[in-house]
Each structure stands twice: as structure tokens, then as C-alpha cells.
Design a protein around this ligand. Structure first.
Ligand code: ZN
Length: 122
């Protein structure tokens, strides 16, 4: 059951509920380096801790791990090949894709739309 936060922008709705993607490099969170947590912009669930964020060069905020049990995944074929999409477990909102080219210790890259995240410093 998807609950929509009434304060979302058109871009946020497109990403969260229609699996859209923001323009690379468009999110100010690419440059966020403070200690804190990244929350879901739709439901405020805590999703990532700042220590797992790294600069992937992709133009999207990237993390090598999420907090435990906050996402569900499914395979999509929107670009003609299989990709692992992940969405917020509490609200169902789409956040990004997981790739296998991340750094140690997980080797994963959570490629997250910055428009779907709210950073809260510690
Ligand atoms: Zn959520």
C-alpha cells in the first residue's frame, strides 16, 4: 500500500511512483559529506548512514550499503536488460538501482536518486 506525502514535487512523484530517474549531477546531496542519516522523502524512514556514502562519479548519491531491512528489490527491464530496482519497504517508493561495482566491504553500489532522500545531520 503506497502512501503519498502531499508535499512531494512532481519530480519526486515521478521517481518514487513511476520509477523515474533524476538528471545526473542535479542533486545537492552529491556533495553532502556531514555525519548523519538519509531518510525517505516520502515516509521519513531512515535508509542510509553517511559513513556508507562514497563518490562513485556517477552523478547520483551512492552508498555501498543501506541500513538493515529497509528496502525491497525487484528486477526491471526498462532499459532492455535486467537491473535490480530497490524501493522503500515502508512506503513502496522507488529510490534507485543496485549495481555490483561498489567498493569493499559489500561490492555493492546503491545508486540513489537524491530527490528521494532527505539528509539529517547528527
Ligand atoms: Zn519511504
Amino acid at each position: 500500500m503506497t502512501k503519498k506525502n502531499p508535499n512531494l514535487t512532481a519530480e519526486q512523484k515521478l521517481i518514487l511512483f513511476e520509477e523515474g530517474t533524476e538528471t545526473p549531477g542535479s542533486s545537492e546531496l552529491n556533495y553532502e559529506k556531514r555525519d548523519g542519516f538519509y531518510h525517505c522523502v516520502n515516509c521519513d524512514a531512515k535508509l542510509f548512514e553517511s559513513k556508507t556514502k562514497y563518490e562513485s562519479g556517477s552523478g547520483w548519491p551512492s552508498f555501498y550499503d543501506s541500513l538493515k531491512d529497509v528496502f525491497e528489490t525487484k528486477t526491471d527491464h526498462h532499459l532492455g536488460y535486467a537491473r535490480t530496482e530497490y524501493h522503500c519497504k515502508s512506503c513502496g517508493g522507488h529510490h534507485g538501482h543496485i549495481f555490483d561495482d561498489g567498493p569493499a566491504p559489500t561490492g555493492k553500489r546503491f545508486c540513489n536518486n537524491g530527490a528521494c532522500l532527505v539528509f539529517k545531520s547528527k
